[in-house]
Design a protein around this ligand. Structure first.
Ligand code: 1HN
Length: 344
């Protein structure tokens, strides 16, 4: 194209702006890239300074004033956007003895993964559950939930939500409960008894979200312990178990894939990438994670790492077995036919 022709085009583009029109031929490759181009970067939040900042917030604002006293884990590639990856939200929540985080509900699905402290209780749709380290707890979309603390030490958990996805769909609604804490209608442990033993009450309907809203770590650990002794160990995933919805075999949360991963001592996984992004938090041992061409990053107890979609990941456990909780947007990729993986 001649310089004169290019100038003419530029002038033409200027005439399009007031008409709210844009030339696709300028935008096409950005809109439809040859492969995913996440804005998130691989990043590690080291526990000690992160925890320190969260504990400081406890002396500055109450859970009630904050509604939820949370520090958002914000990816450096997505500054100001409250996202840990392009499609996932994560934050660390602190609740102090005697505090109450009032009841509300929203159309975003949430998970809690308990990291520190005893005595906090979360209530979901009429049933309470006491939170212990390593427990995975679900707040299904549009269910009332409140948190309270009946113990005597700070409690910290990791929140994971599908906020960016719901925002993209403009499908977010929120409502505050008229009471600070909701009415409890069933005894603690009722959901686990009804749905958590490979049994379901006769005629129980299929539900989008797992009715097992609390998965205690002890039970998960039993499976991991046994498999660590006997295998099999997947060359790309180590020993990775996914939390399921017993009514339909789907992921426990319809939009967020939740997993527990054990990498046996001395094991190194082969490179693996998939379209989904992921968040990893170390529960036990030390886990080395290498993303793309970067060298291994060591994750210790409670360290959290973001793994952007379509980036090659390798895991390694050098000293002893490593156990990490992971959550991802894989269910959405699968349900929309967008999931791709590459074991090269
Ligand atoms: C929320 O409802 C909670 O209930 C925590 O504890 C974090 C982040 C974004 C939107 C809603 C909670 C949240 C949230």
């Amino acid at each position: 194209m001649t310089a004169a022709a290019a100038n003419k085009l530029e002038d033409y583009y200027e005439t399009l702006k007031p008409l709210n029109l844009a030339p696709l031929w300028v935008r096409l490759k950005g809109l439809v890239p040859s492969e995913p181009m996440p804005k998130a970067i691989p990043f590690r939040w080291a526990w000690s300074p992160t925890r320190g900042a969260l504990i400081t917030s406890g002396s500055l604002i109450s859970a009630k004033e904050a509604e939820r006293r949370v520090l958002v884990l914000e990816n450096p590639g997505l500054a100001g956007q409250s996202r840990i990856t392009d499609t996932l939200y994560a934050g660390l929540q602190l609740i102090l003895p005697g505090e109450l985080a009032p009841a509300h509900r929203h159309t975003q699905s949430a998970l809690r993964f308990c990291l520190e402290g005893e005595g906090a209780v979360t209530s979901v749709d009429g049933e309470r559950t006491t939170m212990h380290r390593g427990d995975f707890i679900i707040t299904p979309f549009w269910t009332w939930h409140d948190h309270k603390h009946e113990g005597d030490e700070p409690v910290i958990w990791l929140d994971g939500l599908d906020v960016p996805l719901v925002t993209a769909l403009c499908a977010g609604f929120r409502e505050e409960h008229t009471d600070e804490d909701q009415e409890i209608t069933r005894p603690e442990g009722n959901a686990l008894a009804r749905y958590g033993n490979n049994l379901l009450p006769l005629d129980h309907p299929v539900s989008r979200t797992s009715p097992v809203f609390s998965y205690p770590y002890g039970r998960t650990r039993e499976s991991l312990d046994s498999l660590a002794r006997t295998g099999p160990v997947d060359p790309h995933h180590g020993i990775t178990l996914r939390y399921i919805n017993p009514t339909n075999g789907d992921w426990a949360i319809p939009t967020i894939g939740t997993m527990m991963r054990l990498i046996p001592a001395g094991f190194e996984t082969r490179p693996y990438r998939a379209t989904n992004s992921e968040v990893v938090v170390v529960l036990e041992g030390e886990l080395d994670v290498a993303v793309g061409q970067d060298p291994y990053v060591r994750l210790s107890r409670n360290d959290i790492m973001s793994i952007p979609g379509w980036s090659r990941v390798r895991y390694r456990a050098v000293d002893g077995d490593a156990i990490a909780f992971c959550f991802s947007d894989r269910p959405v990729h699968e349900k929309l036919g967008l999931f791709r993986e590459d074991r090269g």
